[in-house]
Design a protein around this ligand. Structure first.
Ligand SMILES: Nc1ncnc2c1ncn2[C@@H]1O[C@H](COP(=O)(O)OP(=O)(O)O)[C@@H](O)[C@H]1O
Ligand SMILES: O=C(CO)[C@@H](O)[C@H](O)COP(=O)(O)O
Length: 494
């Protein structure tokens, strides 16, 4: 089960890692105010159930043949439950940035001690600032809250009846002592959160329970199906794309964008500049940086300027422009940014618009701007002396060969796509396969399940041009920050 931001995708995978059937279901994102982003947890459950029912009825998958299931889930979203495990308010999602005040309070109260425990900055998108926002702004709801879950952990609860949170996602709450793999009582006590609110923790490959009687009646699934912990979408994506050694980096273009590196132990220290979380592989870790609006920037452009066109042909018009989009730069900060600029109030810009520019230049500038922002994240790895030679590209953005080549040229590294573009969903299936004992380790499973596709090599001439453009791109944040903040104030005022 791949519980994304825009849709849930359910795949049936056999013992050889072949996807034998797949169904998906889209759901709404609600933006009641600028910076707010919410979803109704019931939509995740009903969407998933519709997809499962279609898998059974349309694709002929027999429920008793489904041996195990596991999950990949959008991270950080806060689902608050009362004493009867009823949802208390809409889930506040990873891309909701209402919590700047709470983020500042956390840092003022704990400073470096906080980063030492969680190994992360308390950014707006993470879960603890969201809990504190509810505590401060909706005290009646907070008073009723008995526990909290993350999106895929809530979905798993509804399928098994068991309340648990899995480690790779728990790390993204920034309430976890990441290296010790325990809830931080120090942080809970400092911010008045009862430790009892934090759910029991389980491993990604850990057995969570079987499908419950009630979910079996609701969905047609069998109670003999075993359910496993699953992982945060980025950890699952890393597993599904074979990022299991330090020489490889994943570049994921989903709604958000992620550059992720596998870490063998918790010794690396980026002082909170990058996120550092527990991996889906027991006792391993990963570092990542996030571009908040990656695929979202492109989807926004298409929705606004080419609503009736096919997505693939809209993207391919970028081929009519040139390397560097004829001197046009786009910064993808259209919902704020996380890495390298942790700034919820920055907004995007097109810089260098010329009277001769065509729509294709704008499309190309958006594709390139997103990848310059990924290159900014890679620069942080390089500053720390971390080296890698291969980038595995996943997510909806990896459907475009042109965009894959742009990645190779901007990263100046070989970029590999997957044969079957199903990173997070395949990762979830692999976690179930290991949990079931089909394989001893995630690494063993990857040898059977992960198949790389085409390799895109950097083109020396393009690399040179992009290096120049990236240097100009890097200046845009500082140069536009003040103006951009003033414009957002204006937008909020009127
Ligand atoms: N044909 C395509 N070519 C390039 N990018 C695409 C294409 N189709 C979709 N995308 C991009 O993929 C993104 C969705 O990726 P996906 O991995 O499905 O996201 P999520 O898991 O966040 O729902 C969209 O925002 C869009 O920009
Ligand atoms: O917030 C993060 C990672 O920290 C996001 O990556 C979310 O996990 C959502 O992912 P997509 O829906 O874009 O795949």
């Amino acid at each position: 089960m791949d519980l994304g931001t825009s849709a849930v995708k359910v795949s049936a995978v056999d013992r050889n890692g072949n996807i034998v059937a797949q169904q998906s279901f889209d759901y709404e994102l609600s933006n009641p105010k600028p910076g707010y982003s919410e979803q109704n947890p019931e939509d995740w459950v009903s969407g998933t159930t519709v997809a499962i029912v279609r898998l059974i009825l349309k694709d002929g998958i027999k429920p008793e043949e489904i041996e195990g299931i596991s999950y990949s889930g959008q991270m950080h979203g806060l689902v608050l439950l009362d004493e009867n495990n009823q949802v208390l308010r809409p889930a506040i999602l990873w891309n909701d940035t209402r919590t700047t005040k709470q983020r500042e309070e956390i840092l003022e109260t704990m400073g470096d001690e906080y980063i030492n425990i969680t190994r992360n900055q308390p950014l707006e998108g993470f879960t603890l600032p969201k809990i504190l926002w509810v505590k401060e702004n909706e005290p009646n709801i907070f008073a009723k809250a008995k526990t909290f879950l993350l999106p895929k952990d809530y979905l798993r609860y509804r399928m098994t009846g068991k309340i648990q949170m899995e480690y790779s996602d728990a790390a993204g709450t920034v309430l976890l002592d990441v290296a010790k793999k325990q809830w931080s009582e120090t942080i809970c006590n400092k911010f008045g959160i009862p430790v009892s609110m934090c759910p029991p923790l389980i491993e990604s490959i850990g057995y969570a329970g079987n499908i419950s009687e009630s979910y079996s009646l609701f969905s047609g699934m069998s109670t003999s199906t075993k359910v496993f912990g699953g992982a945060a979408d980025n950890a699952a994506g890393a597993v599904g794309s074979g990022i299991l050694a330090p020489n490889m980096v994943m570049a994921s273009i989903g709604t958000s964008g992620v550059v992720l590196k596998y870490e063998d132990n918790s010794d690396v220290d980026y002082q909170g500049k990058l996120h550092f979380f527990n991996h889906a592989i027991p006792d391993k870790f990963y570092t990542m940086g996030v571009t908040l609006a990656a695929g979202y920037s492109l989807s926004w452009l298409k929705k606004t300027f080419g609503p009736n066109e096919d997505f693939t042909s809209f993207v391919s018009t970028a081929g009519d422009s040139t390397v560097g989009a004829n001197g046009l730069i786009f910064t993808p900060y259209i919902v704020g940014e996380r890495t390298p600029h942790a700034d919820a109030d920055i907004r995007g810009s097109f810089i260098g618009v010329d009277g001769t520019d065509k729509r294709s230049d704008f499309v190309r500038a958006v594709l390139e701007g997103i990848i310059y922002s990924f290159a900014d994240i890679m620069d942080i790895f390089e500053e720390k002396g971390q080296d890698f030679d291969t980038v595995v590209s996943i997510g909806g953005g990896a459907k475009s060969p042109l965009w894959l080549q742009i990645q190779a040229d901007i990263f100046n590294r070989k970029v590999v796509s997957l044969k079957n573009e199903q990173g997070p969903g395949m990762g979830a299936a692999m976690l179930a396969a290991v949990g079931l004992g089909w394989f001893d380790t995630v690494q063993d499973c990857a040898k059977e399940f992960v198949h790389f596709g085409k390799v895109y090599e950097p083109d020396a001439e393009n690399v040179k041009k992009y290096r120049e453009m990236h240097q100009i791109y890097k200046q845009v944040y500082e140069a536009t920050k003040d103006v951009s903040h003033q414009l957002l104030d204006y937008r909020r005022k009127y």
